[in-house]
Design a protein around this ligand. Structure first.
Ligand code: PTJ
Length: 243
């Protein structure tokens, strides 16, 4: 039991959720490692939504606004961290939800779908696996013909770099949330929200309701500049921390 007045209460609670997720069979054991890497970057980013991340969340919302077939790809970590918010975002945007795992197992997909349904989600894709992401070998290529395969815009938080590149080669617009601005996913996506998924998803939702002239926002968006801003922020913070 973590006392509420512990200075790192929120961070420790998130850790607990990931650890519980492993016990419940929703999070893959390597999800613990991915979470730890995310935590380290979040620490460097000040554990709050910085202005560059807020701009990226707005660009993400703009892409979702103009999308014809938007899909959100949900993995184990994302499900246990932000299931409620994902269900709400899908409802508000008309986006389909697909459980799509890097370490694919039918049992884990079923558990995650049931968890999202408990949170109010409907018609969640993922179990059918009747299409493949081109250019990838093994089960991590499997996807739904109605979901990721047909999508024009895919919101895929915490994605593997290889798959992100394969989705790009298929002509998809890829929007990701990744605390590591140097990751291959961060570099190959069209929009990278360098923020914790726990803050980024509700922020994208908020921008979705307010974003004006989404075509212009998309037109103006430059992901590389945004990633450099994230790196500059981290560097400046490290350089001046004890000064
Ligand atoms: O459930 P599965 O089988 O689909 O597996 C999911 C994981 C996350 C284990 C899998 O996709 C994986 O191994 O991911 P990677 O390649 O470790 O990448 C995860 C990325 O997400 C890293 O760059 C982390 O810094 C970042 N990350 C981790 N936690 C968060 C995060 N970004 C935003 N918010 C987080 N909470």
């Amino acid at each position: 039991m973590i006392p509420k007045n512990h200075p790192r209460y929120e961070s420790l609670m998130l850790r607990n959720r990931i650890a519980e997720g492993v016990k419940q069979g929703m999070v893959h054991p390597t999800g613990l490692i991915a979470h730890g890497r995310g935590e380290a970057f979040d620490y460097l980013l000040g554990e709050r939504t910085q202005s560059f991340a807020d701009d990226a969340a707005r660009a993400a919302a703009a892409y979702l606004k103009i999308a014809k077939k938007p899909v959100i790809s949900v993995n184990g970590n994302v499900a246990v961290l932000v299931a409620d918010e994902i269900v709400k975002l899908a409802e508000e945007t008309g986006m389909k939800m697909e459980v799509n795992l890097f370490h694919r197992s039918e049992e884990r997909i079923r558990k995650i779908i049931a968890f999202l349904e408990e949170k109010g989600g409907n018609d969640i894709l993922g179990i059918e696996a009747d299409a493949r992401i081109a250019g990838l070998s093994h089960d991590r290529a499997l996807c739904s013909s109605e979901g990721i395969y047909a999508a024009d815009v895919i919101l895929v938080p915490l994605e593997d770099g290889d798959r992100c590149e394969a989705l790009k080669r298929m002509g998809k617009v890829v929007v990701t949330v990744d605390l590591n601005p140097l990751s291959r996913t961060a570099r190959s996506a069209d929009v990278t929200v360098v923020d914790n998924v726990i803050r980024a998803i509700p922020n994208i939702r908020e921008h979705y309701t307010t974003v004006d002239k989404p075509d212009e926002v998309v037109e103006m968006w430059d992901n590389k500049t945004h990633l450099q801003m994230a790196l500059d922020f981290i560097c400046e913070r490290l350089r001046t921390y004890y000064r």
